[in-house]
Design a binder for this molecule. Structure first.
Ligand code: GLP
Length: 241
């Protein structure tokens, strides 16, 4: 694992943005895997700012999001469809037909998972996958104990994850109980991974990632085996690591 240390959150985001802009600028076409949560928000601001200033084009980019809540309509303010539109998609020149997220309101969730997995494979796989890190080591919504061989699937969210994400909702009761997420193998199959870790709240998870064993109990640990992964962490997350 290559580790880049950033002084603070802003530098972390700027560093990640540079890597993505470089790839997007030099590729004829590229499939990006995108993440939600608080961590990538600053990075998305840098991408939007760069698009406005330097006219970096996203016409040749396809995006595939990691996950979506089950039961939230795309116009729901807490859905990841909404989040992505607000923070990124509305502001870039991505072609609407090149934007993919799991459909959390599908009437047949298992079929939706299979289709999403096939879609990624049929589109040639993901070149660069962006990831955040859950405090319990989850990536996407793959909670502790998820098989490293898993493909896109429906998960029951951990109470700790629902609690952590309840800050975006009016109350924890409103946080959905389930989500669709790319599986561990889906994520691991990406050619390159960029893992962003920010803030002291993530220090324990980062330490476990760097020093702990590779166990399904700590999903992110498998990333240590990935041939092309860069971790960008800020000082607060690195702490005394
Ligand atoms: C959420 C998302 C993940 C995200 C993680 C960390 O539950 N499903 O994709 O990376 O938790 O979120 P944050 O960046 O807000 O700490």
């Amino acid at each position: 694992m290559k580790i880049i240390k950033a002084d603070n959150y802003s530098e972390l985001c700027r560093t990640a943005a540079k890597i993505i802009i470089e790839k997007v600028t030099h590729a004829d076409k590229i499939n990006l895997g995108l993440a939600t949560g608080s961590t990538p928000i600053g990075l998305y601001c840098f991408l939007v700012d760069d698009h406005l200033r330097n006219h970096t084009s996203y016409h040749h980019v396809k995006t595939f999001n990691l996950d979506e809540y089950v039961g939230l309509h795309p116009v729901d303010r807490n859905s990841y469809h909404y989040y992505m539109r607000e923070h990124l998609f509305h502001h870039l020149d991505l072609l609407p037909e090149n934007i993919y997220l799991p459909n959390g309101i599908s009437l047949d969730l298992d079929a939706e998972c299979e289709q999403y997995e096939s879609l990624i494979v049929n589109q040639g796989g993901i070149e660069l996958q962006l990831l955040g890190l859950g405090r319990n080591g989850h990536i996407g919504f793959n909670e502790p104990g998820t098989s490293f061989q898993s493909k896109t699937h429906v998960v029951a969210l951990d109470n700790s994850t629902r609690k952590a994400n309840s800050r975006f909702f009016d109350s924890i009761e409103q946080v959905p109980q389930h989500a669709i997420t790319m599986g561990m193998e889906t994520i691991f199959s990406s050619k390159e991974i960029l893992l962003l870790v920010s803030g002291e709240g993530k220090a324990g998870a980062l330490q476990r990632l760097l020093e702990g064993e590779i166990l399904e109990e700590f999903p992110a640990s498998i990333l240590k085996k990935h041939p092309n992964i860069t971790v960008i962490a800020d000082n607060a997350a690195i702490g005394s690591n």
